[in-house]
Ligand binder design. Structure first.
Ligand SMILES: [Zn+2]
Length: 395
C-alpha cells in the first residue's frame, strides 16, 4: 500500500540519537542499529523528544526534530489530554549498553525537585554548573528492562546483612560499630563524608581480599572488577566501592525489569537494557564516579528503609510512562491503541506496525488517534513499545 500523505499513515519512522559516554560498550549499540563500530563507547541511544537530544521523525519523506514537531502541534502528536497535562512527550526511552559501572545515584520526588530547582535558581547556580543538582523541576522515576543478564546495585541491604558483609574485613570494623550503634543513616553519612585518608584505610585492604573473586553474583567480584578498571590502587579508591557491600546486588535476566522510584539509591553495573523514564535529568550522585558528589544533598534525598524491595513494574497510577514487550511469547498479532505518541523500537527480528515494516534497530512513532496493528514477521521478533502511563490500558 502506498501512502500519499501523512493523514493516511498510522506510524512514522523515527531515528534516535547516540550518547558516547565513557562507560558504554563498543559494539552492542552500533551492531543493533546496523552501524559500523568506530572504537568509541556507545553508551545510550535516546528515543524521545528531550530538547537536548531529540529523535528525528520522517514526515512525508522529510526529516524533522520530534520535539519541534510536537511543539508545533501538541494536540496532533500527544493527544489533547496529554498535551494539556504535560505539554511535552512525558517520557524518554533509551537503549543502554553498560560496560563499566555507572555512578550511584538517587532521583528526587516531585516536591523535592520543584523545591530544589527553585532553590538553586535563586542561589544563582548556572544550569550547566558541575555543582548543580536540579536541572529541571520534574521527578525522574525510571524502569529498566533487561535485554541481557543485567547487574545493578539497588537500595540498602538489611542491617544484619551489611554487618555480616563488613565483618569479613578487618579494615571495616569501625564501620560495623557505627551501623550497630547509630543505624543506617549515620553509617551512610559516615561513608559519604569520610576524607581521603579514611577511605584509603577502609578500601585499600579490600583489593587483595577480592583479587580472585569470579562469581558475578558476589560483591567481591565487583570490587575486584572496579579495581581492575583503574590504573592504580589509589585511583580506584572511591567511597562507592563500599556500596558493593551495603547495597543489594541484583541480577536481572533478559525480559525482567526493575522500577527505580524516587529516593532509592541505585547504580547500573553491567549489561544491556531498555530504560524508560519521566522527561527529567535530576540526578544526585553518591560514589563510583569522578563527578560532583553532594553528600548532604544525597543523604537528605535517600530513603533509608532497608526494606526497599524492588518493584518489577511501575506503581499503579504512574502517569508518565509504561513499557511493553512484544516478543515470541506474545500472540502473532495484536492491535494497539496508543494513549499518547507511542515509540516502538525493534530489538530483534522483524515486525509490521500499521503500514510500516521495521527490523532490528529501527523504530517508529504512532500518534494517539490511531489503532495500529502489530504483527510479528519472524519467530524471534522482540519489540518494545513506550507510551504514557494510565491505569486503563491493557495489552
Ligand atoms: Zn537512575
Amino acid at each position: 500500500m502506498t501512502n500519499t500523505g501523512n493523514s493516511s499513515m498510522t506510524s512514522f519512522r523515527i531515528k534516535g540519537r547516540v550518547r558516547h559516554y565513557a562507560w558504554g560498550g563498543a559494539r552492542f549499540i552500533p551492531e543493533l542499529l546496523g552501524l559500523p563500530a568506530d572504537g568509541r563507547p556507545w553508551a545510550e541511544y535516546w528515543l524521545g523528544a528531550h530538547p537536548s537530544d531529540s529523535a528525528e521523525i520522517v514526515i512525508d519523506n522529510t526529516r524533522a526534530e520530534l520535539d519541534e514537531s510536537i511543539s508545533a502541534d501538541p494536540g496532533r502528536w500527544l493527544g489533547q489530554a496529554t498535551a494539556r497535562e504535560f505539554g511535552q512527550l512525558p517520557y524518554l526511552m533509551k537503549l543502554l549498553d553498560v560496560a563499566r559501572p555507572l555512578s550511584i545515584q538517587v532521583h528526587p520526588n516531585l516536591e523535592e525537585a520543584k523545591a530544589g530547582f527553585d532553590r538553586e535558581n535563586k542561589a544563582g547556580i548556572a544550569l550547566d554548573a558541575p555543582e548543580r543538582n536540579f536541572k529541571d523541576a520534574n521527578h525522574k522515576p525510571e524502569l529498566a528492562l533487561a535485554i541481557s543478564p543485567f547487574y545493578l546495585l539497588y537500595g540498602f541491604r538489611k542491617n544484619e546483612d551489611i554487618v555480616a558483609a563488613l565483618r569479613d574485613y578487618e579494615s571495616l570494623q569501625d564501620l560495623v560499630q557505627v551501623l550497630q550503634d547509630k543505624g543506617l543513616k549515620e553509617f551512610f553519612s559516615e561513608v559519604m563524608t569520610a576524607d581521603r585518608d579514611q577511605l584509603v584505610s577502609w578500601i585499600q585492604p579490600l583489593w587483595d581480599r577480592c583479587s580472585t573473586a569470579d562469581d558475578q553474583t558476589t560483591p567481591q567480584y565487583w570490587i575486584r572488577r572496579w579495581r581492575e578498571m583503574h590504573d592504580s590502587d589509589s585511583e580506584a579508591v572511591d567511597r562507592g566501592v563500599l556500596a558493593f557491600l551495603f547495597m543489594n546486588l541484583v541480577k536481572l535476566d533478559p525480559g525482567e525489569s526493575i522500577f527505580q522510584g524516587a529516593n532509592v539509591p541505585h547504580a547500573y553495573l553491567a549489561g544491556q537494557c531498555v530504560e524508560i523514564m519521566a522527561n527529567s535529568d535530576n540526578v544526585l550522585r553518591g560514589g563510583l564516579t569522578p563527578k560532583h558528589v553532594d553528600p548532604e544533598g544525597l543523604v537528605r534525598h535517600i530513603a533509608f528503609d532497608a526494606a526497599s524491595r524492588y518493584l518489577s513494574a511501575p506503581p499503579a497510577g504512574l502517569r508518565e510512562f509504561r513499557l511493553s514487550l512484544f516478543d515470541s511469547r506474545s500472540p502473532q498479532s495484536i492491535s494497539y491503541q496508543p494513549k499518547c505518541l507511542s515509540i516502538v523500537l525493534c530489538l530483534e527480528g522483524q515486525c509490521r506496525i500499521g503500514d510500516v515494516e521495521i527490523r532490528q534497530g529501527e523504530s517508529v512513532a504512532i500518534p494517539p488517534t490511531r489503532t495500529a496493528n502489530l504483527q510479528r514477521l519472524t519467530q524471534s521478533t522482540a519489540v518494545v513499545l513506550a507510551d504514557r502511563g494510565t491505569s486503563d490500558v491493557g495489552m
